[in-house]
Write a protein that binds this ligand. Structure first.
Ligand code: SF4
Length: 492
């Protein structure tokens, strides 16, 4: 793999894994954005991304870049583009890398209608992509800057979804449509990403991409809308860690609903852990034919010897899990003793146990060590829920926020979690804006989405059912919707 330069940072062959984050300030607020980037750089962030919605934000990027240089910061800046190619063309004059979303750079927001594309229509659409995308390719090539073709599971185009479905295959094809244009015009300074809020989908999409492009281009790894706190760290460590352990991935981001500099520490802990852990062969998700003893269901969490059933197999040789576990036809419990800090425990256990669970190779976990029992309890259940083995609480898909965010995301996420966090099998998406469309909310049952400043849209599935309601009324209306769908239970 040739390395790709993003400003003064190299990604790819022989390079260390680089850490990224994204500002949450309004990009037009140059001072606030510069301050966030400085704080990120000081925390150890290698590359910073800012959202660029339009021409004003593109102009601000020039000032941001200049001010950073004046202050002695050379951290590379990436412009995040959705829907508006003119902003990409402007900002490509100042930044070190452009991120485009292939689901919306040329295509409009998906309608989720299944459209029948015959081959001729499909080819015409590809031609339209080439024409619309080429000016940016030429500009990036001329300036020698990098581009990330960053697919999001939730914002695939109608064309891709109609032909390939809302699948990892569709995610990969969405990126390759754009990559083919780059290669045709001899532009290769590319990085790819395949993000989803579901770590299992994300892992599969990256593996599929790697099987198609080999190690030709660096990969940027991330679980999108992972949420905040422990859940966000667990989901990100499982998705990103699984791939890093297989030798896939050159740069990473934890998308947490927290101030951006809090993303750096868990990234660093994960990279350090992976760097000293034996690499695994490339895995794949399998279905094992496991017979469960009577009374034992999937998703087993063991806290004590007495929780064990004699027909379960306790397995602690994690290095050989991929080879040995497919052959075992009894429920497997992964047992591991840790003696690291609580912060490292969250990252290490999620990465090495979660990666095996995510591939369907085990049914339960048993985490041991000298820790607070509540920490072990919550972490074990968060890992099992993140790999879809168990649902004991509401799953939140919360965006990390960026310059487009229309309400106080961190405060609102905490508040909604405190009111609705006790509902197994319910997924709630909390999104700062609707830029990527309702698809970005993945398979959430309910969506709470910023529509304009102080105003919220509420969704049931992908259907908007309440528009522009006041933020002060939105929590109660959301709870009413959950009740109306028969998915509410009072907290115990
Ligand atoms: S959904 Fe969140 S992170 Fe994505 S563009 Fe909107 S505010 Fe930014």
């Amino acid at each position: 793999m040739p390395s790709v330069s993003v400003g003064n940072v190299k990604l790819g062959r022989g390079e260390s894994i680089k850490i990224q984050s994204m500002t949450t300030s309004n990009t037009r607020d140059v001072e606030a954005t510069v301050n966030q980037i400085i704080r990120l750089a000081d925390a150890g962030c290698d590359i910073a991304r800012v959202t660029v919605q339009g021409k004003k934000e593109a102009e601000a990027c020039e000032e941001i870049k200049n001010l950073l240089v004046q202050k002695g910061y050379n951290i590379p800046i990436v412009a995040d583009i959705h829907f508006y190619p003119p902003a990409a063309l402007m900002v490509a004059d100042f930044v070190d890398k452009i991120r485009i979303n292939p689901g919306n750079y040329i295509d409009r927001r998906a309608t989720f209608k299944s459209i029948d594309y015959d081959d001729a229509t499909y080819l015409r659409e590809l031609k339209k992509i080439e024409e619309g995308f080429l000016p940016l390719v030429e500009k990036c090539k001329k300036r020698g800057i990098a581009m990330r073709i960053g697919t999001n599971h939730g914002s695939l185009s109608d064309r891709i979804m109609s032909r390939y479905g809302d699948t990892p295959f569709g995610m990969v094809e969405s990126a390759l449509e754009f990559a083919r244009v780059c290669e045709k015009y001899d532009y290769h300074n590319l990085v790819f990403s395949m993000k989803s809020s579901n770590p299992i989908v994300m892992i599969e999409a990256y593996r599929l991409l790697a099987s198609k492009i080999g190690d030709k281009y660096p990969l940027h790894l991330g679980v999108t809308e992972a949420g905040e706190g422990e859940d966000g760290r667990v989901k990100s460590s499982i998705g990103i860690g699984t791939l890093l352990l297989e030798g896939l991935g050159d740069t990473i981001r934890f998308s947490l609903t927290e101030d951006p500099w809090f993303e750096i520490d868990p990234c660093r802990r994960l990279v350090e852990f992976v760097n000293r852990t034996k690499r695994r062969p490339r895995g794949e998700r399998i279905s094992r034919n496991v017979r469960f003893p009577k009374g034992v269901s999937d998703g087993i969490v063991i806290f004590d010897q007495k929780d064990l059933h004699p027909d379960m197999v306790v397995f602690s040789d994690l290095d050989h899990a991929i080879e040995l576990l497919p052959e075992i036809d009894a429920p497997v419990i992964l047992r591991k003793h840790y003696d690291v800090s609580p912060e490292d425990l969250v990252i290490h256990a999620s990465c090495e146990l979660g990666s095996i669970l995510a591939d369907g190779l085990a049914e339960g976990i048993w985490i041991e060590g000298d820790y607070d029992q509540k920490l072990l309890h919550d972490l074990s259940h968060s890992i099992m829920q993140a790999v879809r083995k168990k649902s004991i609480k509401t799953e939140f898909i919360a965006c990390p926020g960026c310059g487009r965010t229309l309400f106080n995301l961190q405060e609102v996420t905490k508040r909604i979690k405190s009111k609705t966090g006790h509902l197994p099998n319910v997924k709630i998406a909390i999104m700062g804006c609707i830029v990527n469309g309702p698809g970005e909310m993945a398979d959430a049952n309910f969506g709470y989405v910023g529509s304009q400043s102080g105003k919220i849209d509420l969704y049931v599935g992908k259907q908007c059912v309440e528009r522009n309601i006041d933020e002060k009324d939105a929590d109660e209306k959301l709870i009413d919707l959950i009740k109306a769908q028969g998915m509410w239970s009072d907290p115990s």
